[in-house]
Design a protein around this ligand. Sequence first.
Ligand SMILES: [Zn+2]
Length: 259
Amino acid sequence: MNLSDEQLDRYARHIVLRDIGGAGQKKILGAHILIVGAGGIGCPAIQYLAAAGIGALTIFDDDIVSLSNLQRQVLFTENDVGSAKVDVAKVAAQRINPDIEVNPINQRLTAQHLKEDSAAFFAPFDAIIDGSDNYQTRLLVSDISLRHHIPLVSAAIGQFQGQLGTFRGWEEDKPCYRCFVGDALDPDDCDNCSEVGVLGAMVGLMGSFAAMEAIRVITGFGQDPAGKLLLFDGLAPAMRSINLPKDPHCKSCGTPVQT
Ligand SMILES: [Zn+2]
């Protein structure tokens, strides 16, 4: 694939970056990313991936736009209230970049999508961005990533705290998302932003960060972030990273205990 004159112009600021270049931009143009959740994290992720020229986006979300979303979900306007988020997100993404393919799926991702015959469905994806708002979905996305060997960029936020990690738990020395959160979670006892509140610009930061990490997965620029967790404290403000070891007894990616 050769870049057209228009593409050379449109993506010039990527192409001039030594760590991306024309070769990296071609990888971006050929990539397919699965986005789970078109909310506070999903919106800016979609925005920057569309602008970057990502080949295709498949977006899962079963929600409709409500007035209280507009404080942080920047793809939506007042005119969109009552419409399916995935449909509005598709129009908005293609307004930014008409060349990208967007596949909206107006459903919640459920265990049904991880059936034995799911391999063909998940095969095209180069990365998953999880911007969902509940642990049930997050754990399911982790299992999809692990089973189908798709790098997972997981971004989450609560109030003024953000966290972000890239997971490739099928590798011998890299943790999966379950290594990080453990088994102690009760899905009915989880915070989400409708209960705890969230600063709109904070989700913009973490969603943009997720887009950057997905592009890192595709092009391989810089250092490998897998095995680390980035924590952003919006109150301080400060960012730090902690090492995230693989749990050898992790139920998902560890060695099964012999009995
Ligand atoms: Zn694990």
